[in-house]
Ligand binder design. Sequence first.
Ligand code: DLL
Length: 432
Amino acid sequence: MYWNEPIETMGRAQMEELQTTRLRETVKRVYQQVPFYRSKMQAQGLLPEDIVRLEDIQKLPFIIKQDMRDNYPYGLFAVPLSEIVRIHASSGTTGKPTVVGYTKRDLGIWAEVMARAYSYSGATKKSCIQIAYGYGLFTGGLGAHYGAELLGASVIPISTGNTARQIMLMKDFGTTVLACTPSYALFIAETIVEMGMDLSEFSLKAGIFGAEPWSDNMRREIETRLGIKALDIYGLSEIIGPGVACDCLCQNGLHISEDHFYPEIINPVTGEVMPEGEKGELVITTITKEGMPLVRYRTHDLTMLNRDVCDCGRTLIRMGKILGRSDDMLIIRGVNVFPSQVESVLLSIGNTSPHYQLIVEREDNLDILTVMVEVNEEMFSDEVRGLEELEHKIKAALSSVLQISAKVRLVNPKSLERSEGKAKRVIDNRKI
Ligand code: DLL
């Protein structure tokens, strides 16, 4: 069932016409309203009138996170502060956060794209949606919240944490859709077992999981443990928050709400746009936002695009599951390694739990990768020989997939730190 059928099934030519009109308006607006864009375009000898067709977007310069920091806090806003009705900010690892501002209309668009995302999972106004993303400056909680309300569902704004209480309410309130990070979904699943409860006591049907990379194997693990359909939702605060793209029940790529967010894939090294279907860095232009429009924002997220019509009937362009971030990619002894590759290997082997951490160190100028992985309870009580065999098996599989050797340390069940938000998968102790 569609939420916005005309848009979700719009023909390619018509969609491109809509995108062209909106792109031209956006470029005109940022040129007039935001000194940053004006001076960047002037430096390249560009005027808004030079952007006529969709392909002309390639003439425009990129914008990166550093530009947001340089214009902290409100320098990139395209409307006066009196028009801004909500401010979010990303926590960032160091220094000042990146700030985003929304007008009333922006909030309406955000709720619309989130409502679409829920409906992709089969959710309707009859659904009961438990939102266990963090509420606050993080866009997860409030973004997921207003979309669920627009859908007309019954919303449980529980935010993160207090897992036992989450589970009690999930059961008592008859939650049908859970929205949280995939790592937290897994933790909830484990805690349900620990509390001695049975899945038959719950009404859960689907999960809308995102905000961090997760593999298809992890998806299957969550689906089995919770007895649900697990959908991947993608977004970033700079662009709007959750809801930029979301899986449908076909689970064959995430539909991008391309009537609002125009995607491109570029070669992260050269910045050139890549042919459709090739893997590269996702670049997004917001073509309807008023508060803080971004033109050609480099997300650093690696994926690919597919314009084929989906089996669900939607024509909205699909992006592949995020493979990793170009800046999360570890380079170990010269080889590119993504945490998601390690996750896939671990889950394909079994006898481990999907809780793992990568530790990178440098000894005598040599990079050492250690993969810490929790074994499951049965394995834990097994003989030492069984554990040794498992360790060898993981080592061999990792070296064939990653093309480098890694140390493997099996650790006790539940000994790695659990996260209620985004999981920390990598500890890089190299001082480079
Ligand atoms: O994480 C927004 C969000 C909230 C998305 C809830 C989905 C659900 P930020 O904190 O700005 O915003 O982080 C954005 O998180 O550039 C990706 O690297 C990563 N990310 C988000 N969703 C996914 C996903 C929110 N489904 C950054 N798969 C993005 C992989 C994801 N990575």
